[in-house]
Ligand binder design. Structure first.
Ligand SMILES: [Zn+2]
Length: 91
């Protein structure tokens, strides 16, 4: 798995818009990684998340979803997890 496409010239990207829909920024505050649509965050931050938050995200996850097709249930789980991240960073 690689999250770093910055060494490829932008012109070589076959479809920049598809690429942006198929990945999203890691939701952890201040994290610069982009992560694939099927993952909630970059790997270290995913495993930093307590198990109940990960379980809630998986329970609401719909295969093939993108940031534009999130269900309300997924958004709820996402917001709860982001709130937890913000509490860690604020410490
Ligand atoms: Zn991250």
């Amino acid at each position: 798995m690689t999250c770093d496409n910055s060494h490829y010239p932008v012109q070589r990207s076959p479809n920049r818009r598809d690429r942006e829909l198929s990945s999203h920024p890691c939701p952890w505050p201040g994290c610069p990684q982009r992560v694939p649509a099927h993952m909630w965050s970059c790997r270290p931050h995913w495993f930093a998340l307590p198990r109940p938050y990960r379980a809630a995200i998986w329970a609401a996850y719909v295969p093939g979803q993108t940031v534009t097709t999130w269900t309300p249930a997924y958004e709820h789980a996402h917001n709860a997890a982001v709130a937890w991240c913000n509490r860690q960073v604020a410490r």
